[in-house]
Design a protein around this ligand. Structure first.
Ligand code: CA
Length: 217
């Protein structure tokens, strides 16, 4: 899952990006509203964490610009908890918001919920035949036995599982699982998928030649 964080306070931005990466997300960052809106419109993020108080365009303007084009889930960060801000946020199309200072665990929980809701899955576990993916604990079991996946393998499996029934292109996987700070080789994806198949069975993830990968629903 790839997240955009738009926040102008350098320390908070750094800490957020670090914590989100530790939680397994690919993370892009923007320090101004302009840059944030540009990235949010250019890339297909799984969620955007958007501060209200920003230089250039503020968070409301970024949200308006984004909503004119896309439904990307947005978690707003506000400095004050006022009814006015809350109403404005929901009217403008924010999906959720948190008041600063916030608890990091709460931010992570709300992001997970946003991403799940956006993909149409309300529950935190996904079951595909004998495979159970716990998106909260980021663990996988097969027939009740834990299966150990690397962070990258987990991310690929989770993304395909959240989009089961759809063919996910290689480009989409790259966009959602790797961030702007990473250099990647295009054949890496095949290596990860090969490894997932070795651990969970060859037929869990189908290859659609020339199109991408698919987990049947
Ligand atoms: Ca700010």
């Amino acid at each position: 899952m790839r997240i955009l964080v738009v926040e102008d306070e350098p320390r908070l931005l750094r800490n957020l990006a670090k914590s989100l990466r530790e939680a397994g997300y690919a993370v892009d960052t923007a320090e101004t509203g302009d840059d944030g809106l540009f990235k949010a419109l250019t890339y297909d993020y799984d969620a955007v964490v958007l501060d209200v108080m920003l230089p250039e365009l503020d968070g409301w303007q970024v949200l308006e610009g984004l909503r004119a084009a896309k439904r990307t889930p947005v978690l707003m960060l506000t400095a004050r908890d006022t009814t006015r801000d809350r109403v404005r946020g929901l009217d403008t199309g924010a999906d959720d918001y948190l008041v600063k200072p916030f608890d990091l665990a709460e931010l992570l929980a709300r992001l997970r919920a946003l991403i799940r809701r956006a993909s149409g899955h309300g529950r935190s576990t996904i079951e595909i035949r004998d495979v159970v993916i716990d998106t909260r604990a980021r663990t996988v079991q097969q027939s009740g036995n834990p299966v150990s996946l690397t962070a990258r393998e987990y991310a690929i499996l989770e993304y395909l599982a959240l989009h089961r029934g759809e063919v996910v292109t290689r480009t989409a996987l790259y966009e959602h699982l790797f961030d702007e700070s990473e250099d990647t080789l295009s054949n890496l994806l095949d290596v990860h998928v090969f490894s997932i198949r070795r651990k969970l069975g060859a037929d869990l993830i189908a290859t659609r030649r020339g199109q991408g990968y698919c987990i049947e629903s």
